[in-house]
Ligand binder design. Structure first.
Ligand SMILES: *[C@@H]1O[C@H](CO)[C@@H](O)[C@H](O)[C@H]1NC(C)=O
Ligand SMILES: *[C@@H]1O[C@H](CO)[C@@H](O)[C@H](O)[C@H]1NC(C)=O
Ligand SMILES: *[C@@H]1O[C@H](CO)[C@@H](O)[C@H](O)[C@H]1NC(C)=O
Length: 373
């Protein structure tokens, strides 16, 4: 035994010197459970660039313990007992080894703490694309406990990159600024269209990392905030996010994952597919509810070429789904297939909406022979 120990020690020592090589899941100390040495703290404020293990910080970063109060607000941390707060112009950064050329999605937990509108600037460096960073607004609360998981995707332009989350805001109260916890990374595969389905990732099985204990789903920001979609194949259009949900915490029609359209007509989920003008296509999908108490009329509108359909779905908020379809004739060599939620619905103070899943598109060679459903 004693002969093994020094080898192990050496291995551990070596491991702590190298850059972390990405695997799907939390980044090293991504949940901030390893904290600064008390000598590197002044109250809650972290002193020193490298005081938080595995991270590099700048600006006013605070180390927050769950249960700590701010004014009359009790701060609750979603994972473990610690989180960080990014105050005025503060950032956290970590270097990660990745596969150059591949697309990755970051997932992280954010809570807003003050009334002001807050924003986060998520970026990676190096980055060959100019202005390729995401400014994610944190002003809308999508979940009821105040914490929301956000995702943001990027293409790795080098084998070693650094991921940075920055609060560009400058508030009068330096104790304002979002809390951050559970920073995770996932390599995104690039699902292909097949003969049986002309849509990519129509079952939504590929998407950002969902933390195993996070019951909130993951927000996928609109294209304007993230031009490398965290949902491969799909584009989140308009101004608001959609939510990526999993079977462990919600009801989903098929497989393990699906998408909840949260923001009524303010966000749409679209995919452009190659089509042959004049040919008839058959689009089928499931719509349902996530079993998250989202009660009411959760209609979905679907558009393809010049055709459209409105599918009503009356939700009791307890899970369930119905199959739906749209048959259309392509009018061009590219057709935009788009889904949006007709209504804007809330449940206990947070946005909710219909779930879509199992989107399948086939070309119909002999339109009369296809059975509807
Ligand atoms: C600790 O923070 C207080 C309040 O912001 C400040 O007055 C003091 O100078 C700081 N002490 C050190 C050692 O930085
Ligand atoms: C966001 O961060 C990137 C990388 O640090 C920076 O180049 C860019 O100017 C920032 N954008 C804003 C609006 O703060
Ligand atoms: C909805 O959630 C409840 C409580 O978690 C669970 O018992 C029930 O099986 C779920 N229903 C569906 C259709 O997933």
């Amino acid at each position: 035994m004693y002969k093994v120990a020094p080898v192990l020690l050496l291995l551990l020592f070596t491991a702590s010197q190298v850059t972390y090589s990405a695997t799907d899941g939390l980044l090293p100390n991504g949940n901030f459970e390893l904290g600064p040495n008390p000598k590197s703290m002044n109250g809650t404020q972290v002193k020193g660039k490298y005081a938080i293990p595995k991270w590099e910080i700048s600006g006013l970063v605070e180390y927050i313990k769950s249960g700590q109060t701010q004014g009359d607000m009790l701060l609750v941390v979603p994972e473990g007992a610690f989180a960080v707060r990014l105050g005025n112009d503060a950032s956290i950064k970590q270097e990660v080894e990745v596969a150059k050329g591949k697309t990755y999605a970051i997932t992280f937990n954010v809570a807003r703490t003050c009334a002001q509108e807050e924003k986060l600037n998520v970026s990676v460096s190096p980055n060959s694309e100019p202005n390729d960073y995401g400014i994610l607004p944190v002003q809308t609360t999508y979940s009821s406990n105040g914490w929301d998981l956000y995702s943001w995707a990027f293409q790795a332009d080098a084998p070693k990159i650094s991921i940075s989350i920055h609060n560009p805001g400058v508030e009068e109260d330096p104790a304002c600024g979002p809390l951050i916890d559970s920073v995770a990374l996932k390599l995104l595969s690039n699902p292909q269209r097949t003969r049986n389905n002309l849509m990519k990732n129509g079952d939504f099985e590929e998407g950002p990392y969902i933390l195993p204990n996070a019951a909130t789903g993951v927000l996928i920001p609109p294209h304007v905030e993230d031009d490398h979609s965290a949902l491969p194949g799909w584009i989140v259009e308009s101004l608001k996010a959609v939510k990526y949900i999993d079977r462990d915490h919600f009801s989903v029609p098929g497989g393990k994952r699906a998408v909840e359209l949260l923001a009524g007509k303010e966000s749409a989920l679209a995919q452009v597919v190659r089509t042959i003008p004049g040919r008839t296509y058959f689009l089928s999908f499931n719509i349902g509810d996530a079993n998250n108490s989202c009660v009411g009329s959760l209609g979905v509108e679907v558009y393809a070429g010049k055709d459209q359909a409105k599918i009503p779905y009356l939700s009791k908020g307890k899970g369930g789904f119905v199959p739906a379809n749209l048959r259309f004739k392509a009018v061009s060599d590219h057709t935009r297939v788009m889904f949006l939620s007709t209504f804007y619905t809330m449940t206990s103070g947070s946005l909710c909406g219909p779930v879509i899943d199992d989107v399948r598109l086939v070309s119909v060679r002999n339109p009369r022979r296809v059975l509807m459903n």
